[in-house]
Ligand binder design. Structure first.
Ligand SMILES: Cc1ncc(C[n+]2csc(CCOP(=O)(O)OP(=O)(O)O)c2C)c(N)n1
Ligand SMILES: [Mg+2]
Length: 618
């Protein structure tokens, strides 16, 4: 069959399906893109020709389209994703941050950056990097370290192995992440005689690897000897749809369950074994149990520094780890007894092997006591009566009360992830969508697009700070044009509440963390407040905008937003200075060892003391 390389790729992708638990779905149900000279006549022509088989979505920024694809994949538990086409040069390199986000979060996205001419006949083409060290270097080589598979299709027939390898990696729960196929602009348009079988319907089975019986035995031997075990539930539990198994296992054994951002919601916040978020922004309950735990059972977690409080949260000198993970990379962390398996199958195997065993009543009672105590603290954060501007925790409290169990909240960076990790009361594994592996400012709004496309039957609520909004809010236009009803809660505090408070705690006096005029007298950015109106900005992009200045107004605005059928932004101003919810763990951010500033010297003393509690789990 004679087709161009671009036509062949689009047709091939339209024929790829994923399957798990007997359910088949299109692996790539559409392609995002922004056209330029690098793809308009190649992939662009193919998308026009096959517009019924491969729907096209127009983004406003190439980074945004990758975030939308990643959010879609996250909502669909990695069983589906989008492809993303971009023009040569800046269009393509705009996708690099999105690629890093996807790979760090272990989320599949297929990226198709356009590349310079394979023939090199018109070199240097517009937007081509001319590297004196090598003729084959292009800006797209920057995708290599952030891609789990990278290829450059410099001849049409190379597409066959490259496309198959791409899909192999996208559908592998261990390897998955950003997959990048660079497509030189001339090769995209070049014709070739393709074998018909390349385009046949192909189903990729997404496996559920079972644990080795010996590995289960070793893990269970350790767990049986535990007096104070603790489960850390990560994203692997959610992606594997193992929430029922985890709840049953926790109920039967009485092992308390702490969660990471990616694992939140797998066990409902008010489940008798739930103790909430763990680590640097964890609850006092989870962190108290972590401090004593003798065996930690990590399920589907990558143990980021926020989860381990930079290797300080697990305080028992004899603590041992059992890690159930599909990826050996994660299973091996902290010298664990490894159970390499799918979370759903692995939990079931551990449950069976541990049948009849449970923690003692005193430990169950202590878990409840700590969780109840934390829940009272959280209630206080929700009802501070703070003024004149509301505290962010009050806004989160009001939002939580207004939303239903299946409604999705999205967030990624700033002070909100920490507040949410401690305070958010999720009951559904897909209701809490916080990207906290790359914590990328700018993910939020774009992710709202992808999440709503993945779950049109759910209310999707994007929480975004003013800093993140200023970085990337352009996909509001995409929401409007696609008719996607998303609620965006825009939290305006005129700067970085997060990094401001971090800066203060590290002795850096909030330097450079608020949005102010440069003052005439000081010459610094500490002048008056800027005349910025982000609500008007959102309105100008086509959203319906509601302004709230009190908690009561905010609650009313959310009710209106829920009743609306179009993209609605709720703008609320909050206090830049918190107060923050009560922290109970550390985060390792190095402080200058020598300084002229008293604030830095004092912070260094505190830092040095905390640093002494950090350890390797060997
Ligand atoms: C792309 C990107 N740049 C920088 C950072 C570092 N950073 C983390 S939070 C933050 C400030 C976020 O400000 P805002 O969105 O207003 O949230 P707030 O802290 O006020 O809650 C910065 C600069 C980041 N996470 N991502
Ligand atoms: Mg802010």
């Amino acid at each position: 069959m004679r087709l161009t390389t671009a036509q062949a790729l689009v047709r091939f992708l339209a024929g790829q399906y994923s399957e798990r638990d007997g359910v088949e779905q299109r692996l790539i149900p559409g392609m995002w893109g922004i056209f330029g000279h690098g793809n308009v006549a190649g992939i662009g022509q193919a998308l026009l020709q096959y517009r019924d088989e491969m729907p096209y979505y127009l983004a406003r920024n190439e980074q945004g389209q990758v975030h939308a694809a990643a959010a879609f994949a996250k909502m669909r538990n990695r069983l589906q994703t989008f492809a993303c086409t971009a023009s040569t040069g800046p269009g393509s390199t705009n996708m690099i941050t999105g690629a890093a986000l996807a790979t760090t979060n272990r989320l599949p996205v297929l990226l198709l950056p356009s590349d310079m001419f394979a023939t090199r006949s018109p070199d240097p083409v517009l937007q081509q990097l001319e590297d004196t060290r090598g003729g084959d270097v292009t800006v797209n080589d920057a995708f290599r370290p952030v891609s789990k598979y990278f290829d450059r299709v410099t001849r049409p027939e190379q597409l066959i192995p490259a496309a198959l390898a791409a899909v192999r990696v996208l559908t592998d729960p261990v390897e998955t992440g950003a997959v990048t196929l660079c497509l030189p602009q001339d090769v995209q348009a070049e014709a070739y005689d393709w074998p018909e079988e390349f385009f046949r319907r192909r189903v990729w089975h997404i496996g559920r690897p079972v644990p080795e019986p010996e590995a289960v035995e070793r893990a269970v031997a350790l767990l049986r000897g535990a007096e104070k075990p603790l489960i850390v539930a990560g994203g692997g539990v959610v992606y594997s749809e193992a929430e029922r198994e985890l709840r049953a296992f926790a109920e039967a054994t009485g092992i308390p369950v702490a969660d990471t951002h990616a694992g939140k919601g797998a066990v409902p916040w008010d489940h008798p074994c739930a103790v909430g978020g763990i680590g640097s922004t964890g609850t006092s309950a989870a962190n108290a149990l972590a401090a004593e735990a003798d065996v930690v059972l990590g399920i589907g977690t990558r143990y980021s520094d926020f989860t381990t409080a930079s290797h300080t949260v697990f305080g028992n000198p004899d603590v041992r780890f059992v890690n159930l993970n599909v990826a050996r990379l994660d299973a091996a962390k902290h010298s664990a007894e490894m159970v390499e398996a799918d979370a759903k199958r692995g939990i079931a195997a551990l449950h069976e092997a541990l049948s009849g065993w449970q923690v003692d009543d005193a430990y169950r009672a202590r878990t409840r006591m700590l969780a109840d105590d934390w829940n009272r603290k959280a209630d206080e954060c929700f009802h501070l009566g703070h003024g004149p501007l509301p505290a962010q925790t009050e806004i989160l409290g009001a939002l939580g009360e207004a939303l239903d169990d299946r409604d999705v909240v999205i967030n990624a960076a700033g002070s909100m992830p920490g507040d949410l990790q401690m305070l958010w009361r999720a009951r559904d594994p897909k209701a809490y969508h916080v990207e906290y592996a790359y914590s990328c400012m700018g993910y939020e709004v774009a992710a709202g697009v992808g999440a709503k496309l993945a779950a049109p039957d759910r209310e999707v609520v994007v929480l975004v700070g003013d800093g993140s909004y200023l970085m990337m809010s352009q996909e509001i236009v995409t929401m409007v044009s696609e008719g996607l009803k998303v609620i965006i809660v825009l939290v305006q505090n005129h700067g970085f509440a997060s990094i401001g408070s971090l800066s203060e705690s590290l002795g850096s006096q909030r330097f450079g963390t608020s949005y102010r005029y440069r003052a005439q007298d000081s010459g610094q950015l500490d002048g008056g407040r800027l005349p910025v109106d982000l609500a008007a900005n959102a309105e100008s992009l086509g959203a319906t905008v509601l302004r709230a200045s009190t908690v009561e107004e905010f609650t009313a605005a959310i009710a209106t937003a829920k009743a609306n059928s179009t993209t609605t932004v709720v703008h609320v101003e909050t206090d830049l200075f918190g107060p923050n919810p009560p922290g109970s763990a550390w985060w390792d951010v190095p402080v200058s060892e020598v300084s002229e500033l008293e604030s830095t010297r004092k912070a260094y003393e505190t830092y040095a003391a905390a640093k002494r509690t950090q350890r390797h789990y060997l």
